[in-house]
Design a protein around this ligand. Structure first.
Ligand code: SAM
Ligand code: DTB
Ligand code: SF4
Length: 327
C-alpha cells in the first residue's frame, strides 16, 4: 500500500508499478489515499466560460478552436464584462465554486483585451467565486498582474508526454508550456495542470505525463484529466473514445502520486453513465466541470449532474475551501 507522503521524485518504474496494479486493487489504494486527504463526499464544481472563442493561431490537433481547422463552432471576439458577470452568476446559482475563463489565444498580449480580462477577474472574484483563467502562454509580469487582480488559479495543461506533444502540436514546445507554469507558480497563483487521454498515446506516455505532473514541486493544486472530445474537422476527429477503464486508471494513479491535489474528471463526461462516473469518483476524482458546454463542446446538462450528485450522495465544495496552495 502506498502511503500518502507527498513526493516529487517519482521514477518511471514506480509510477508504472502503480498504474499497472490489478484494477480493483488500484481503485482501493487510490480511495484509501483519497479518504486520508479529503472529505469523500465533497466534489468541487467548476464552470467554463469561453470569453474568446475560435480563431486561434496554434495547431493543437485536438482543438476545435484552431483557426486552421474547419470546425463547426461559433467564433467570437472578447466578451464584454456584463455578459461574463451574468454567466458567472448563473454558474454560481447552479452550484459552481469556481469559474474558468478561457480564451483561444496562443499567449497573452499586453493590450486592451488583457486589461479587460483583468477587470473580469476583479469583478468575478468579488462575487465570492474562485476565478481561474486559461489564456495561453504568460510571462512573469502578466502573471503578477493577474495575481494583483485577484486571480485564484491558472490552467495550463501539459496534455501528454513530451514525445506525444511534439506530434500533436508544432507551434510551441513542451518547455514553453512548463515555463508558463513556472511563471504562474512564481506569482503565487494556484496551478491547474493536467492532460488529455485519447490523443494516440500509449501507456508509457500516460505514465510519463502523470510522472511529469507529480514531479512538479509543489504539485499542481488541481489536475484536470480530460478524455478527448473528438471534433469533426480536427486532425483527431477519427480517434476512438477512451475506454472508461483507462480514465479510471489515470485518475487513480494521479490520486496516489498527487495525494493532496484536486483531480478533475474533465472533458469527456458526456455519454458516460452514472456508474462509470461513480468509478472515477471512487478512484479519487473530486472535481468536475458543470454546465451544458465546456468551451465549445457539449457537457452533461445541469439536471443530469444534479441527479448524479443526488444518486451518489455528493456535495459541491464551497469556494476557497479546496486544496491549499503549495504542497
Ligand atoms: N488557449 C489556451 C491553451 O491552450 O492553454 C487555453 C484554452 S485551451 C482550449 C485549454 C485546454 O483544453 C487545452 O490545453 C486542452 O488540454 C483542452 N482541450 C482542448 N480541446 C480539447 C478536446 N477536444 N478534448 C479534450 N480537451 C481539450
Ligand atoms: C481543461 O483541462 N479542460 C477544459 C479546461 N481545462 C479549460 C477545456 C476542455 C475543452 C474541451 C473542448 C471544447 O469544449 O472546446
Ligand atoms: Fe489554441 Fe488553446 Fe486550442 Fe491550442 S488548445 S488551438 S492554444 S485554444
Amino acid at each position: 500500500m502506498h502511503n500518502v507522503k507527498t513526493r516529487h521524485n517519482w521514477t518511471y518504474e514506480e509510477v508504472k508499478e502503480i498504474f499497472e496494479l490489478p484494477l480493483l486493487e488500484l481503485i482501493y489504494q487510490a480511495q484509501t489515499v483519497h479518504r486520508k486527504n479529503f472529505d469523500p463526499r465533497k466534489v468541487q464544481v467548476s464552470s467554463l466560460i469561453s470569453i474568446k472563442t475560435g480563431g486561434c493561431p496554434e495547431d493543437c490537433s485536438y482543438c476545435p478552436q484552431a483557426a486552421r481547422y474547419q470546425t463547426d463552432i461559433e467564433k467570437n471576439a472578447l466578451l464584454d464584462l456584463e455578459t461574463v458577470k451574468s454567466m458567472a452568476q448563473k454558474a454560481k446559482d447552479g452550484g459552481a465554486s469556481r469559474v474558468c475563463l478561457g480564451a483561444a489565444w496562443r499567449e497573452v498580449k499586453d493590450n486592451g483585451d488583457f486589461d479587460n480580462v483583468l477587470e473580469m477577474v476583479k469583478e468575478v472574484t468579488s462575487m465570492n467565486l474562485e476565478v481561474c483563467c486559461t489564456l495561453g502562454m504568460l510571462n512573469e509580469d502578466q502573471a503578477n498582474k493577474l495575481k494583483d487582480a485577484g486571480l485564484y488559479a491558472y490552467n495550463h495543461n501539459i496534455d501528454s508526454s513530451e514525445d506525444v506533444y511534439k506530434k500533436i502540436i508544432s507551434t510551441r514546445t513542451y518547455d514553453d508550456r512548463l515555463n508558463t507554469i513556472k511563471n504562474v507558480r512564481k506569482a503565487k497563483i494556484s496551478v491547474c495542470s493536467g492532460g488529455i487521454l485519447g490523443l494516440g498515446e500509449d501507456t508509457t506516455d500516460r505514465i510519463e505525463m502523470l510522472r511529469t505532473l507529480a514531479n512538479m514541486s509543489p504539485h499542481p493544486e488541481s489536475v484536470p484529466i480530460n478524455t478527448l472530445v473528438a471534433v469533426k474537422g480536427t486532425p483527431l476527429e477519427e480517434n476512438n473514445e477512451v475506454p472508461i477503464w483507462d480514465w479510471v486508471k489515470a485518475i487513480a494513479t494521479a490520486r496516489i502520486i498527487m495525494p493532496s491535489s484536486v483531480i478533475r474528471l474533465s472533458a469527456g463526461r458526456i455519454g458516460r453513465n452514472q456508474a462509470e462516473q461513480a468509478l472515477c469518483f471512487m478512484a479519487g476524482a473530486n472535481s468536475i466541470f458543470s454546465g451544458e458546454k465546456l468551451l465549445t463542446t457539449p457537457n452533461p446538462k445541469e439536471n443530469e449532474d444534479i441527479n448524479l450528485f443526488q444518486t451518489l450522495g455528493l456535495i459541491p465544495t464551497e469556494p476557497f475551501k479546496g486544496a491549499q496552495i503549495g504542497h
